[in-house]
Structure formats: structure tokens, C-alpha cells
Write a protein that binds this ligand. Structure first.
Ligand code: PMV
Length: 343
């Protein structure tokens, strides 16, 4: 018995950075993201035998090779869902996962990987031990238990994760799709990911989240993120590109500012990151093309733009920005694509 899913990665517009104390993987502030339809994981889960060991039993192949470095994260995930999932308690599982984007580009694959894994596990559990009134957000909830931001990868619409009193149905436990009507100007955004540094990050995301606990600026940051979420939802509905850009770029810089004011402090941007940002500002000023940047917890730069500007932006990237990219690499993806069942 087997299930397989394709799940996209995602890029946050309002960033999740910091976890609530207590609870498991609950965000300190709400966030919103877009799925990256052309950067995805294909994952399958197969039941290979019974499991009477009293602990999670699984084998994991990444790009067809054993990947022991992923075992601890997977083990934590299976232990977190152990009580609710007979599938995990009673069976040994074979997990195979591949990413369609090249390994060693510095693109985090955990959102796509855990999104796809959660969908497979939920699907098999429902086939074998169906719960008639299983909540529709269950797959997103367990994806969160693998990697926080993964819970936002399961929707074609922008995904909101984290409770906000002004957003009906929002929850810290799982993501929900944005329910407003998106203005035409912002309906089809593209994301060009410029690979500034393909190496491993010096400080992992989980360490970074942890450093917020002692960060004196953290509570102010959580308040601003909450406000920005409402502002960006309004901008999506009104189609105000100007407001949308200013929130997206400010959020990226605030994420990195929080790293710089952590103790110990650290910087994940590289000189190329800043050069690209300055070039993007000059390009926008000179051409009026609504091109904006955002950042993940790394040096790479995500350039977002409405699809109608693809040829101008591609020319700009290829003519002016590739010199800042490691091995002149960049990847371009559409946004707003839902996961897909493969088997
Ligand atoms: O899901 P994690 O623990 O890898 O955290 C990711 C956090 C950011 O990517 C930096 C921001 C976000 O909201 O995705």
C-alpha cells in the first residue's frame, strides 16, 4: 500500500520567525506565504511490514540514496504524531523523496518535503483507519509538526498560518487559505530565486527561532508582523502594488534585522544580497516595473513580480544580476499552485 504526492515549496510575504513558548511548533506571530509551483518535492510512502517495536520504524531515501542526516527530524515528526496515527504505530514505512530543484542551491526543501510527507501519511491513515469526521486541516496540522512553514505549502491560495483575531478561522495549529478576492494586479506573481550562496547556513532556522526567546526586540516584531498581515491582506484585495511592495520588502529586512539583534548576533545576507537589493530598487525607480525582493533565512534573494513583466525582469536579471549569483544560477517559479496526488 502506497501514497505519493507532489508538494510545492513556499515563500513567506509576512515572515514566521519565533515560536510561542510551550506547545509544539506554534508560531509567535501569524504569517502568510505563496506556494512556489515549480519548486517542489515528490514524496511517496509505502507500507513495507508491521511494526511492533513500540517506536517509529521507517527507511528514508532522498534522491534514491539513504540520507541518515534526515533521520532525527523524521523521527521527531513521527513521535509527534504517534498517538493519533495507527499507521505509524503499526507499520514500518519506506519514504522516498526527491526535489525537482538542484541540490546545493541553498533553497530550503523542508517545507515541500514535509508538506508532501504529511499528505502521504494522512492519506494512508485515512485509507486504513478512516475517521469520518477528520478535520479538513489535519494534513496541514501534521505538516507543521514536521517543519513549521510546511503547513503553508498545502494551498493554491496564499496561506495564512497563526491566529489573528481579525482573520476568521485562523489558527496556530494549521494554515488556512486566504479567503478574500485577489485583485487582478496581484493574481499571478512569479518568483525568481537568485542563488547568491548555495552553501549550508551558518545558523539553522531552528537555532534562529530559538534566539528570539531572549531577543529584547521580539515582542515589538511580533506586533508589527500582526499588523503587516492585515495590511498585506488589504493590499491583495485592493491591488495596491505600492503598499504590497513596501510590506514585502520591509518584512524581509525585519527578518534579517532580528538575526542581527540576536545574541549571539549573526548575518546571513552576503555582499551579493545587498548589491541585488540596490539594483532592484534602481530598476524599479527607473522603469516603474513593480519588481520587489524578499528573503528567506539565507543569502538568496527571491524576486517577486507580476507575470506580465516576465520578459523585462528576465532581461534585467540576465543582464545585471547574474554576476552576484553563485555559478550564475537562478530559478524561476510560478506561484499559487496546490499540491497534487501522484498515486
Ligand atoms: O519552518 P522553519 O522552521 O524552517 O522556519 C522558516 C522561517 C522562514 O522561512 C525564515 C520564514 C517563513 O515564514 O517561512
Amino acid at each position: 500500500m502506497k501514497a505519493a504526492y507532489r508538494c510545492p515549496s513556499n515563500i513567506a510575504l509576512v515572515k514566521y520567525w519565533g515560536k510561542k513558548e510551550g506547545g509544539t511548533q506554534l508560531p509567535a506571530n501569524p504569517s502568510i506565504s505563496l506556494t512556489l509551483g515549480d519548486l517542489y518535492a515528490d514524496t511517496s510512502v509505502e507500507i513495507v511490514s508491521g511494526n511492533v517495536s513500540g517506536k517509529p520504524a521507517f527507511d528514508f531515501l532522498f534522491q534514491d540514496q539513504p540520507k541518515p542526516s534526515f533521520t532525527p527530524k523524521l523521527d521527531v515528526f513521527f513521535r509527534r504524531i504517534w498517538d493519533g496515527y495507527e499507521l505509524v504505530r503499526n507499520h514500518r514505512l519506506l519514504i522516498r523523496s526527491t526535489n525537482n530543484f538542484p541540490h546545493g542551491t541553498g533553497i530550503a526543501s523542508s517545507a515541500a518535503g514535509f508538506g508532501a510527507l504529511a499528505l502521504c501519511i494522512y492519506d494512508l491513515q485515512q485509507q486504513l483507519y478512516p475517521l469520518p469526521d477528520s478535520p479538513h486541516h489535519e494534513a496541514s496540522r501534521i505538516a507543521r509538526l514536521g517543519s513549521g512553514s510546511a503547513c503553508r505549502s498545502l494551498f493554491a491560495a496564499p496561506a495564512i498560518w497563526g491566529e489573528h483575531e481579525k482573520i476568521a478561522g485562523s489558527s496556530d495549529e494549521y494554515a488556512i487559505p486566504f479567503s478574500g478576492e485577489i485583485a487582478p494586479e496581484l493574481q499571478i506573481l512569479m518568483d525568481a530565486v537568485l542563488i547568491v550562496d548555495a552553501g549550508e547556513k551558518k545558523v539553522s532556522s531552528s537555532e534562529g527561532h530559538g534566539l528570539l526567546q531572549q531577543n529584547p526586540y521580539a515582542s515589538a516584531r511580533y506586533g508589527v508582523a500582526k499588523d503587516n498581515l492585515i495590511k498585506i491582506c488589504n493590499a491583495l484585495e485592493t491591488g495596491s502594488l505600492h503598499r504590497f511592495i513596501s510590506i514585502v520588502e520591509s518584512e524581509a529586512l525585519q527578518l534579517h534585522a532580528m538575526m542581527m539583534v540576536s545574541n549571539p548576533y549573526y548575518i546571513l545576507m552576503r555582499p551579493g544580497t545587498l548589491s541585488i537589493i540596490e539594483n532592484v530598487w534602481a530598476f524599479r525607480e527607473n522603469t516603474g516595473v513593480p519588481l520587489m525582493f524578499t528573503l528567506d533565512a539565507g543569502a538568496n534573494v527571491h524576486l517577486l513580480f507580476p507575470k506580465m513583466y516576465t520578459s523585462e525582469v528576465t532581461n534585467f536579471i540576465e543582464g545585471n544580476l547574474l554576476l552576484y549569483c553563485q555559478n550564475r544560477q537562478y530559478l524561476c517559479s510560478t506561484t499559487g499552485v496546490a499540491p497534487q496526488k501522484l498515486h
